[in-house]
Each structure stands twice: as C-alpha cells, then as structure tokens.
Design a protein around this ligand. Structure first.
Ligand code: NAD
Length: 339
C-alpha cells in the first residue's frame, strides 16, 4: 500500500491536439528561439520539411540523419550542423531515435529542445539520455535533456503502420506496468499509469492512444525501472534488437513473473485492461500486433540467452520479486520459443 511516498514533479509543458504541428512556431517563440535546427530520421525528411515550413524564417536548417540508439558520430555531425547554422535550439520531429538525438544536443551543447513525437515510445517525457559508441550504449538521467515543450499532434501518428503502432503502444504500456510496481511509485503516478494503459490498450491509433503514450512516458520519467526494462536494455544493447518489438515480446512474460508479487499493480492493470488476468491480456495484445511474438523470431539464439542472464544478474534493477537465475532462465526460455 502507498502509505508513504515521495513525489517530485518534472517541469513539463505539453501542447496537445489534432493539427498541433501548426503551433510549433508559437512554442519556439515562447522560448525566445530565433534559429531552430529541425531534426528527423532520413525516413521522416518530409515531416522535417513540413516543420521547417511552419517555422518559416525561424528555421535554421534540417538535419535528417537521426539513427537508432543515438550514435556518437551522429551527435557530432548534428552538433556541426547546429554550429554552422548558428542554431539556438532544435525541434526533434519523430520517434525515440530523433528525440534521443535532440536530448544529446541538449546534454552536450545546452540547446533547448522542442519535441514533436510521432511514436508512443515516450522519450520526450523523461530526463533519460542515451549515447552509443563502439557498440556500447551509455545512459543517464539529467534534467537538462528534458524537452522544454512537447507538441503532441495525433495526426502525425496516423502514418504509423498498424504493427509498428501496436508494438510502440506496448513499449509505452511497459513503462506504466513497471511504474506501477516501482519502489518510488506514488498515487499520482499510479493514477497516470492506470489511465495510460486504459487509453492505449483499447486502440493503438488516434488521440486517446497518443494521450496514453504521454501518460506512460511521464511514468517512466518519474520512477525506477525494473526487470522488464533491464532485459530490454541488455537484449537491445547486446544484440541490437528492434526496440519496440523487444518490449512487446517480453512484457507479458515479465508481467506473469512480477505481478503475483505486486497486488496493487495487478489491481490497477485489471481495471485498466478489464480483465482478472492482466498478464494474459498483455499476451493477447502482443499476439495481436502482427509482429514477432518470440525472441527466436528476432534472431536471438539459445546461446545468447546465457549471456543475457549473466548480464542481467550482474547489475540488476529494482524489482518487486527477487530475480534468481533459474527463474530468469525459465522466463527467457518462455519468451524465446515460438508459442
Ligand atoms: P524510432 O524513433 O527508431 O522510429 C522507428 C522508425 O519509424 C524510424 O524509421 C522513424 O523514422 C519511423 N517513424 C517514426 N514515427 C513514424 C510515423 N508516425 N510514421 C511513419 N514512420 C515513423 O523508434 P521508437 O520506438 O520511437 O524509439 C526507439 C528509441 O527510443 C530507442 O533507441 C530507445 O532506446 C529510445 N527510447 C528512449 C527513451 C528515453 O526515455 N530516453 C524512452 C523510450 C525509447
């Protein structure tokens, strides 16, 4: 029971609504920015150009080379582009990879970031940064990487293919599930997590889903991660697995392991998912994504699992249930094999 807790609010400004992209210049003006570099992946160059058009003469240029896991050479190239264009801030238009690049510029160059998220990953709501060099991803928390304003426009998630939307939505739900049993959960976060899961699980498209992603991302930013995120970080870092798919595959298995030790989280998820077996309901959501449902299908081998187990046990995250080697091996084996 949450009879005692500490809650520290993060400074967040959110502008939400269909067509909110058109308000991006108001947000950069509010921050006093005059020359804004627009960031995107190569695949989302069209969106970056639309953002630059809305910014008009406030746009200093477009850097469209954002890549997964924020490679240090990409950050260096973006920093050069920012310096050459004399940018005083940036707009990160895209998913977690693009917003991660914006955070790296905030961390290293103190450039204020306005985020325009187009997936449900939730990075825009957290002070967590990541940088990858020589196949190692380093992460940390620093308030200065928090976007100064987040513009959520549900029209921008409409272009997500259904499978990508569903796995990205499960990535967001995983943030809420782990927040619900985190050692630093509070009533505020628990309420946000429950509502976030409810908003997303009913439909992975439209304004409610994006609102759910906002809530779930904020929960991730406010709490300590557990076994699920640890497994995803180890698997992603070691084997370069696709981020959202890995979350979607593991979530039901970690929930089945942890929820018996987390009655309040189980009750909240049961209400949000309208079920008396939330782990099974999450398994159904994963099965319905149309994406791979087991680690073997992502190319993971049995031999990889032993290294993952060692790495997870060597540096464990907080978890409601103690994680012993045989339990972890059994959990990973269930996530590994085809159903
Ligand atoms: P992503 O940003 O890598 O995007 C995946 C692909 O989808 C890209 O090609 C992108 O251009 C495209 N895309 C994005 N939105 C689209 C849309 N609306 N329509 C069509 N295509 C679209 O994927 P992601 O899952 O959003 O982010 C994953 C990354 O974010 C990982 O590196 C992860 O570690 C990081 N992340 C960080 C945090 C944090 O708090 N720091 C939280 C969550 C995720």
């Amino acid at each position: 029971m949450m009879d005692s807790f500490t809650y520290e609010a993060l400074p967040m400004r959110v502008v939400f609504g269909s067509g909110a992209l058109s308000r991006i210049a108001e947000e950069t003006d509010r921050l006093g920015l005059r020359r804004v570099l627009v960031l995107s992946t190569p695949e989302q160059r069209d969106l970056a150009d639309r953002v630059a058009a809305v910014l008009g003469d406030r746009a200093a240029g477009v850097f469209d080379q954002a890549r997964p896991h924020v490679p240090v050479p990409t950050v260096a190239a973006a920093s050069r582009a920012a310096a050459e264009s004399r940018a005083d801030g940036c707009v990160a238009a895209g998913g977690g990879s693009t917003i991660g690049l914006g955070k790296a510029l905030a961390l290293r160059q103190d450039l204020p970031v306005v985020a325009l998220p187009t997936t449900y990953a939730g990075s825009e709501m957290t002070p967590i940064w990541g940088l990858t060099e020589n196949h190692r991803k380093q992460t940390g928390r620093d308030r200065k990487v928090l976007p100064r304003s987040v513009v959520y426009d549900p029209n921008l998630t409409a272009s997500l293919p259904a499978t990508v939307a569903a796995t990205s939505g499960l990535n967001a739900i995983a943030h809420a599930v782990e927040a619900l049993y985190a050692p630093d959960v509070s009533p505020v976060i628990a309420a946000m997590a429950e509502q976030g899961v409810r908003d997303l699980a009913s439909n992975f498209t439209g304004p409610a889903a994006l609102r759910g992603a906002w809530l779930c991302g904020a929960c991730l930013g406010a709490t300590t991660m557990g076994l699920h995120h640890k497994l995803c970080h180890v698997l992603g870092g070691m084997l370069d697995l696709p981020h959202a798919e890995t979350h979607a595959i593991l979530l039901p298995h970690v929930a089945a392991f942890n929820l018996p030790a987390a009655p309040d989280a189980t009750a909240a998820l049961s209400r949000a998912l309208n079920t008396d077996d939330p782990a099974a309901a999450l398994g159904k959501l994963t099965a319905d994504t149309g994406a791979p449902t087991n680690l073997a299908a992502l190319g993971v081998t049995q031999a990889d699992l032993a290294s993952v187990v060692n790495e997870v046990l060597a540096n464990p995250y907080a978890n409601p249930r103690p994680v012993h080697r045989p339990d972890l091996e059994a959990l990973l084996h269930r996530a590994f094999r085809p159903a």
